[in-house]
Design a protein around this ligand. Structure first.
Ligand code: FES
Length: 90
């Protein structure tokens, strides 16, 4: 059992790349590994620095920062994960 969760795919609209997030990896880490410049701080889902807009897809939200309303259109990349494939505006 991994610390993070299931693998998933994230299409990045602005960067025009699609990244695979491995089970032992956060979306934030996968974005950084892909050379995408990301701001982040706590890496624990509490500060909101790593929040990005969600374009499409289902997300397992694991942060304590966004409200339920905000979670419909945004996600914290340090702790939250897509289910299957998501698209983000990054
Ligand atoms: S880095 Fe703080 S919520 Fe993601």
């Amino acid at each position: 059992m991994s610390l993070f969760g299931e693998p998933f795919t994230a299409k990045c609209r602005k960067s025009d790349v699609t990244i695979e997030v491995a089970e032992g990896q956060s979306l934030l880490q996968a974005l950084l590994d892909a050379g995408i410049s990301m701001d982040y701080s706590c890496e624990g889902g509490v500060c909101g620095t790593c929040v990005v807009p969600l374009v499409e897809g289902e997300v397992e939200h694991m942060d304590e920062f966004l409200t339920e309303d905000e979670q419909e259109s945004q996600l914290t990349t340090c702790v939250s994960r897509g289910i299957g494939e998501i698209e983000i505006d990054v």
